[in-house]
Design a protein around this ligand. Structure first.
Ligand SMILES: [Zn+2]
Ligand SMILES: [Zn+2]
Length: 252
């Protein structure tokens, strides 16, 4: 299994980091996890063949994780894609996504290829014979849910673990706390976000310095010279975080 980091940035992409987007190749399956707002450029940046993408999994409906979907699907249409594609979104966002797409003239009657919009639920999902995905609902921004409910919506967010035989890859996506990722840092490779957790949680994770643990969703504050990086050094004694960068390929 190979994972190409297309976007390792936080909600604010920078000149060196695009929004959340990962291209996974595993046992003949090729899919994206997340498709952040600048995903089309991120895909072009490392020459991913748009026609090769069979599925897209969206961990939650924040723009830095899903905002690039319309542009990527439209680019596939303009280029004349024929093969169908499956787009998975959190279970209670399927209808919203259908309307969101339709407002951008993205519907099967018009496109050169068929889009199946499908729900992500907590639990396991098989891809063919050899790959199993496990989706784990997280507490990302749960504290703001009461406001969302006033609009009749209750957005949810998922982490995902991809298993091929005894190898596994975990992506936390956005979390309420790093405690939610704890069980999964045992996976062969674990990619954990570094924007929402508290700095002492990040320091505690980093201090365990497992080779298989990488940080992603990197805010400017953690970059060289950033205030959080400085605090990690001075207060917690962490000289360097094991951060991924855009274009990096992780082999599991
Ligand atoms: Zn995010
Ligand atoms: Zn988010």
């Amino acid at each position: 299994m190979k994972i190409t980091v297309l976007g390792s940035g936080s909600a604010f992409s920078s000149s060196s980091r695009f929004n959340s987007c990962y291209f996974v190749k595993a046992a003949g399956n090729k899919f994206l996890i997340d498709c952040g707002s600048d995903a089309l450029r991120a895909l072009q940046n490392v020459n991913v063949d748009l026609f090769s993408i069979q599925k897209v999994f969206i961990t939650h409906m924040h723009a830095d994780h899903c905002g690039g979907l319309p542009a990527v699907l439209t680019a596939m249409h303009v280029l004349g894609r024929k093969a169908p594609i499956e787009v998975y979104v959190p279970f209670n966002q399927v209808e919203f996504t259908k309307v969101w797409f339709a407002n951008q003239f993205i519907y099967n009657e018009r496109m050169t290829f068929e889009i199946s919009l499908l729900p992500i639920h907590s639990g396991d999902m098989r891809l063919g014979n050899n790959i199993e995905l496990e989706f784990i609902q997280t507490k990302h921004l749960e504290k703001y849910l009461e406001y969302a409910r006033k609009f009749g919506v209750s957005p949810v967010s998922f982490s995902v673990s991809v298993r091929e035989g005894d190898k596994s890859f975990f992506f936390s996506s956005d979390l309420g706390s790093l405690k939610e990722a704890k069980a999964h840092v045992r996976d062969s490779v674990a990619l954990v976000e570094a924007t929402h957790p508290l700095l002492d949680e990040i320091a505690a994770f980093a201090a365990e310095s497992r080779k298989n643990l990488f940080f992603t969703h990197i805010p400017q504050e953690l970059e060289n010279g950033g205030e959080w990086a400085e605090e990690l050094r001075t207060k917690f004694g962490i000289q360097e975080l094991n951060m991924v960068h855009d274009g990096q390929v992780l082999t599991v």
